[in-house]
Design a protein around this ligand. Sequence first.
Ligand code: SF4
Ligand code: SF4
Length: 357
Amino acid sequence: MPSGYGKSHASLKVWFWRALRFFHTRAREVLAIAKALLSTEHPFLVHIIPTRRCNLACTYCNEFDDFSNPVPLEEMKKRLDLLADMGTSIITISGGEPLLHPELDEIVRHIRRRGMIAGMITNGFLLTQKRIEELNRAGLEHLQISIDNTKPDEVSLKSLKTLDQKLELLANYAYFQVNINSVLGSGVKDPEDALRIAHRAVDLGLTSTVGIIHDHNGQLKPLGPREIEIFEEIMTLSKRSFSRFNDFQHNVARGKEHNWRCRSGSRYLYICEDGLVHWCSQQRGYPGIPLAQYTPEMRHREFYTEKFCARLCTVSCVQQVGMLDNWRAPQTLKPMPMTPPAAQTELMQIGPARSDS
Ligand code: SF4
Ligand code: SF4
């Protein structure tokens, strides 16, 4: 069911449009899953970056700068057209901070115009009632905010205290589905924070998920007994989310490696601000090929390529995409050595880290 009133003060009009958008999006998601089960020839989920710039500077983050210009709208549209022509089902706009892009609404409209499901990951700081209503009109379908703690600290300003007013605005005015992600694990000072954040989200009629962070060496480190209790409670709270079907996180919580087939580069693509295709936000630099030159054969090869980082992976959205194909097509190929294209100025291969995804 769509998010209801909870403790929010959504008007009947908002409730009506929210319900309508919820059922419309769910129906399209079911069709997208059916299409993905029938054919492996198209991407299911793509993260696209309209600007690398962010208005915050979380100390753990490797996905932002404070100077990049936004990607011009026409260029964004060209990239979205290429993705639509590949048969992509879902586009998630990420960053940096996507709300810093001056033509974000037009990007959302173009995703919808091309028949794809439109989502966004944001830190939420720039949301206002007016901005939420503009995103409603543009046709946004999903929005996710990650909240790191209950009070801002030297690591992250993304706290419940700072963002609570934004969550209320979303609960009162958003037609689109809103998910609040909290975190547990290495570097999180007070695990009870995750529970407080999740309960506040659910009280407001929003959905809630929890991410688990590895330690700085990228090693799987089991959560403590209380953290596991909190983790299981939040997973129960997030009963409306597809993530509950994903046993990957249950394994990570207990420090177990996960045996799965990462289909990044094929079913999942990460398109950076330079328009290059990467495996994911944490493996930027490979394959590093411009989207316009990324052929069906390359996607096909990546589908069968075993990813060396899979067992320690923290990227839950790619894990969920992997569930579509874990039951078929064992991965027998090794990554191809590639010559970086001229447009690429930097190769990055980054260990597990906390990210908004
Ligand atoms: S985690 Fe998100 S909000 Fe924080 S610096 Fe990175 S992109 Fe910005
Ligand atoms: S880090 Fe995870 S999502 Fe990224 S390429 Fe490796 S296994 Fe896939």
